[in-house]
Design a protein around this ligand. Structure first.
Ligand code: ATP
Ligand code: MG
Length: 242
């Protein structure tokens, strides 16, 4: 099957984005969403999962490393009116709590990643993929996971293992990472960008005393894509590219 066939495209469902990459992510694979703080990385990840379920009937898994699941559910409901809890009850969405045990807080969540279980992250994710028939997995963010490693080589090996394992299960994997403020780098550890099939960079530019949100497709293996910066807005319907 051709890489550019529409049927294999993984549509993000984000308004204005799929058109820039010929219909969606070119293949099931791993994609990186990167940017400085507050640029909309978590929103991008949750919207990818939410729209996947609502528009394309593809169940999804959101592994949250930074924001406790309850806060995430509340923020998303308040800002966009998206009811994640309903989707969880319907078995279409799993939110994995990968923060509570790291900060030694109790958790009543159904899916929990305990401290020291990084090795089994793939195994756990694979089980949930099977349980839900998931097609999309988001890890938000790789940075908090990475701090549990002493060696960049071990980190690189494990990210690679995770990406490979998830795509072998026919799921599209989206990872968020951070760009240090004021730098032109693409990631926090300078390794993430080499391990993925595509990179989307989110920016917040200050122009004439106003902040403008911008999105740029930096890399997308297997497809032509637009290289311009695109202005986007965060609206009550999520991300919308102009
Ligand atoms: N309903 C809304 N309308 C407009 N903007 C919103 C709305 N809800 C959230 N935002 C914006 O989205 C931003 C948060 O986006 P998000 O949490 O996805 O960023 P992030 O890149 O993940 O940040 P961090 O680096 O802190 O993890 C907020 O700072 C806010 O400006
Ligand atoms: Mg975030």
């Amino acid at each position: 099957m051709s890489l550019t066939t529409d049927s294999v495209r993984v549509k993000t469902g984000i308004k204005g984005l799929d058109e820039l990459i010929n219909g969606g992510f070119p293949t099931v694979g791993t994609y990186l969403v990167t940017g400085t703080s507050g640029t909309g990385k978590t929103l991008f990840g949750i919207e990818f999962i939410y729209k996947g379920i609502m528009l394309y009937d593809e169940p999804g898994i959101f592994i949250t490393m930074d924001e406790p699941p309850d806060k995430l559910r509340a923020h998303v409901k308040m800002s966009f009116g998206w009811n994640l809890e309903n989707l969880e009850n319907e078995g279409k969405l799993a939110i994995v709590d990968a923060i509570s045990s790291r900060v030694s807080a109790p958790s009543n969540e159904k899916y929990i990643l305990r401290r020291g279980e990084i090795d089994s992250l793939l195994y756990k994710t694979a089980n949930i993929i099977g349980e839900l028939g998931a097609k999309r997995v988001v890890l938000d963010s790789i940075v908090s996971l990475a701090y549990q490693y002493d060696s960049i080589f071990d980190l690189r090996r494990d990210i690679q293992r995770l990406c490979y394992g998830i795509s072998q299960l026919n799921c599209t994997f989206l990872i968020t990472t951070e760009v240090p403020s004021g730098s032109n780098r693409l990631s926090r550890f300078d390794i993430e960008e080499f391990l993925v099939d595509g990179i989307i960079l989110l920016k917040l530019d200050k122009e004439n005393d106003a902040n403008t949100r911008k999105l740029m497709i930096v890399k997308m293996r297997g497809t032509d894509h637009d290289m311009k910066e695109h202005i986007f807005n965060i609206t009550k319907d999520g991300i919308i590219l102009e």
